[in-house]
Ligand binder design. Sequence first.
Ligand code: HSE
Length: 304
Amino acid sequence: KSCVVYAPGTVANLVCGFDILGLCLSDPADKMEVRLLHEKKIIIKSADGYPLPENPEENTAGAPIIEMLREINEEVGFEILIHKHIKPGSGIGSSAASAAGAVVAANHLLGNRFPKSDLLRFAMFGEKVASGVKHADNVAPCIYGGITLIRSISPLDVIPLDAPDLFVTIVHPQIEVRTADARAVLRQNVQLKSAIRQWGNIAGLVAGICNKDPDLIGRSLEDVIIEPIRSQLIPGFAEVKEKCRQAGALGGGISGSGPSIFMLSKNEQTAKDVAAVMQNIYHNLGIDFYTYMSQINKEGVKVV
Ligand code: HSE
């Protein structure tokens, strides 16, 4: 028995929603071919020659499967062939896609015996391998689709939100920002006035998403705690933010821990104008880049 899954990229954090809000992208997505084995074994292979760790314990797809198999008293295992289309280290949920894709595929091959909340719990072990922290803001939207709110990771409490139809433009400047480094630079203490501004924005963002109010979403896309520090690691960040808003974007910020930057737009034409602005900025800075045009993917990992 085997299946193919498409595991999409994700944007998490949604600016002020550090570690708690994420959205699922329609593009790019990893393709994973997964085969059920009748022995307790996990085989991981990279389809495109991309160097991925083949030891399951060190692999973001392998670690979640190890956790899943711990809860099954059967002689089963999986062979996983990964076509890595989401560049690792890009900030658009490459590790989360591998983790979520693996558990959704494995669950499908086992007759869907685990609910999504369990799949999320397993997938978070992949994030631990990737960044040292079991954050759920990428794996949750990848598994549930749309936009998800992680109210708490201990105990795990995930709230899928009814996502509006927005367009997402992403630029990935070709510089390396490791998640572990981008977490290490953060301060551990927050001033009360910054916290108040931040939770006002988070509440506004969630209300804007639920009420499908793009202008409220735009006003709330402000981060006074994480972004001022992390953005220093990303050349061109301030210019991208300012000029994309001028081009009509609702707003945006650092995707994941960077270096990618995302912008939300109400319509496709604005999203294209925003892509042109991003391309122009990185072209002028002499930094290679990719741009992605996407929509909010309400389905999440897709089994075909
Ligand atoms: N929420 C995580 C962070 C996402 O910003 O560190 C990393 O992909």
